[in-house]
Design a binder for this molecule. Structure first.
Ligand code: DAH
Length: 338
């Protein structure tokens, strides 16, 4: 027997201990090596035939792998004795857990509907930031410095020149200062005012602004027919639309636009405060002073603008009685609009 042969036997011993599939097989390995007729006692007996000078090396080698084998057998025994823990059986026939299908928020649904109605009329969607400067939100919209809307009691000012926009109208200014006519855009977005929240007011609400400016004549009749068409597309063919003279600094002439109350079909209810009508938008022909602020020649362009309240539309379209329910994210409420 050579040292290499002894080494090889050690390797085989370890391999068979590692490969034992269960406790019985492992015990057979143990008996095969450590039993009375096992390999190890046999090897010990053969020691006397090894030349005296090689004996210590053989003894050391045999002892080493015997110790390793013993330790491995112990470890494998503990391992095979531990029952394999499995998770609960999978039952493919159980129904899944229903989490409900998401849907767009009614505010988003209205904005998307407005955008798609105006897209068919050739209006594209423009965007502007919630944080505006005085020029875009007030000055270029021909709003005098003493105008009450500029007061700190009405507007959230961030510093001397920056504010949370009080309307989507400043996007008109952004579009006109960067594009030449014709421009035909709508611009939906958030607006901010220092309003006390109640059933019909919120300090944070949404508007959709519209602007059409062309070098060909555009008239108040175009504005009226466009908004009347929009009303029917949005609310259905039976909706009533009325235009009341009004004042806005950035339009002349100006109108306010009412839709007949969808909740009571114009009969008068709490939502329309018994009037049968709900104010939806402000509108008018763009004031020449606005054109001058944006660098257009007031003598050679024509245009109208409008700005409508998204919450107002959502409330009458869906019969929502309290604006606050639109912001509470209560799925029992939102689920109605899925
Ligand atoms: N910005 C106005 C508001 O918040 C609404 C408005 C009125 C927008 C007339 C317009 C407009 O574009 O022409 O009350």
């Amino acid at each position: 027997m050579t040292l290499a042969e002894l080494e090889k036997m050690g390797g085989e011993a370890m391999a068979s201990a590692t490969g034992a599939a269960d406790l019985a097989a492992l015990d057979q390995v143990r008996v095969g090596y450590f039993g009375r007729n096992g390999l190890i006692p046999a090897l010990v007996k053969q020691m006397k035939d090894v030349p005296a000078e090689d004996r210590p090396a053989f003894g050391k080698r045999l002892n080493a792998w015997r110790g390793d084998l013993e330790a491995l057998l112990e470890a494998r025994k503990a391992e095979l004795a531990t029952p394999v823990t499995r998770g609960p059986a999978f039952d493919g026939s159980l129904p899944g857990r229903w989490h409900g299908t998401g849907a767009a928020h009614p505010i988003s649904q209205v904005i998307e509907a407005v955008a798609s109605i105006f897209a068919k009329l050739g209006f594209s969607v423009a965007d502007g930031p919630d944080i505006e400067n005085t020029f875009n939100n007030f000055t270029a919209l021909n709003t005098a410095p003493h105008h009450p809307s500029m007061d700190a009691a009405d507007t959230f000012w961030l510093d001397n020149d920056r504010l949370l926009r009080t309307q989507t109208s400043p996007v008109q200014i952004r579009v006109m200062t960067s594009h030449q006519p014709p421009v035909r855009i709508i611009t939906p977005g958030r607006c901010y005012r220092r309003d006390t929240t109640d059933a019909t007011h919120s300090a944070n609400f949404h508007q959709v602004e519209g602007l059409y400016v062309d070098t060909r004549p555009v008239s108040l009749a175009d504005l009226k027919s466009t908004l009347a068409h929009f009303a029917r597309e949005m609310m259905g063919p039976d909706v009533g639309v009325r235009f009341r003279p009004h004042f806005f600094p950035f339009t002349e002439p100006s109108v306010e636009v009412d839709f007949s109350c969808h909740v009571c079909s114009g009969q008068g209810c709490r939502v329309c405060k018994m009037s049968g009508w709900i104010e939806i938008a402000g509108a008018g022909m763009v004031d020449p002073r606005v054109y001058r602020f944006v660098g257009y020649d007031p003598e050679s362009v024509y245009g109208y603008a409008f700005g409508m309240g998204v919450e107002r539309i959502a409330m009458i379209k869906y019969g929502i009685k309290d604006i606050r329910s639109l912001y509470e994210n209560d799925v029992r409420f939102l689920g109605q609009f899925a």
